[in-house]
Design a binder for this molecule. Structure first.
Ligand SMILES: Nc1ncnc2c1ncn2[C@@H]1O[C@H](COP(=O)(O)OP(=O)(O)OP(=O)(O)O)[C@@H](O)[C@H]1O
Ligand SMILES: [Mg+2]
Length: 233
């Protein structure tokens, strides 16, 4: 589903050049659950931005679903992104002025769906993440864990092929964090590809595969044996 070949990202400001990613080679197959780990500044968020088509590589290629997207225009990238990728961020990124229902409905604006189907889908997804009783609330009227569940619902509403999560539990206590992790795990079991950045070894253990970055390079890429231990337990 994803193939990065010799991909680099260099940030250039007037007098400084920062190599955030250096010659990354990475293949992610449909249905995988990948955890990306590594110290602060190693390039995790940069990698996720590129995978999410919010940023472009400086060199190298990025194949998404069999197509090299290097030649895509901004508009084509945005269309592909809106149709296939759901994002979950550390800081939830909900729109304060919109209700829970409206936040989750938002990504459907770009799809040609009738009002009634829209309503059906939003209600079903709110139920799925256990927040259907808070549809008319504003984000600030919710706990952190609830807000992140709304963010997960918003990511899911388009039936994405890929979920990208950047420290999705970074602002949550451990109980709410565990709930969000369990939700990502379940989504992955249902077939969605998940790529998650995390600082936590415990959360990394939810994934099937672990990629460790250091200074913008892949230091380790291996099947996650800890995951099996989690499943047995
Ligand atoms: N817009 C930018 N302009 C210049 N340098 C940048 C920019 N974004 C990131 N960088 C640099 O690229 C490197 C990788 O940053 P990135 O945000 O990907 O790290 P990270 O692994 O996500 O770190 P953290 O764990 O702290 O979130 C850092 O050295 C950072 O300073
Ligand atoms: Mg980061």
């Amino acid at each position: 589903m994803i193939k990065l070949t010799n991909l680099s990202r260099v940030f250039r400001t007037q007098d400084v050049e920062t190599t955030a990613l250096s010659n990354i080679n990475l293949t992610v197959n449909k249905g995988e659950f990948l955890a990306v780990m590594g110290p602060s500044g190693c390039g995790k968020s940069t990698l996720l931005s590129i995978l999410g088509m919010l940023d472009s590589p400086s060199s190298g290629s990025f194949d998404f679903a069999g197509t090299d997207i290097a030649g895509y225009s901004e508009k084509q990238l945005a269309e592909l992104r809106k149709a296939s990728i759901g994002f979950v961020f550390q800081s939830f990124n909900l729109i304060d002025e919109l209700t829970v229902y409206e936040n989750v409905e938002l990504p459907l604006q770009y799809q040609k769906i009738s009002k009634s189907e829209c309503k059906q889908r939003v209600e079903a997804i709110l139920k799925r993440v256990g927040i259907d009783h808070r549809g008319e609330h504003l984000p600030q009227q919710l706990s952190g864990g609830q807000q992140q569940r709304v963010a997960v619902a918003r990511a899911l509403i388009i039936n994405p092929k890929l979920i990208l999560a950047d420290e999705p539990t970074g602002n949550l206590d451990s109980k709410n964090g565990d709930e969000v992790m369990a939700m990502l795990r379940e989504l992955n079991r249902d077939g969605t590809t998940v790529i998650m950045v995390t600082h936590s070894e415990k959360e990394g253990a939810y994934a099937d595969r672990l990629v460790r970055l250091l200074d913008g390079q892949v230091m380790l890429d291996k099947a996650n044996t800890a995951q099996q231990a989690v499943e047995v337990a």
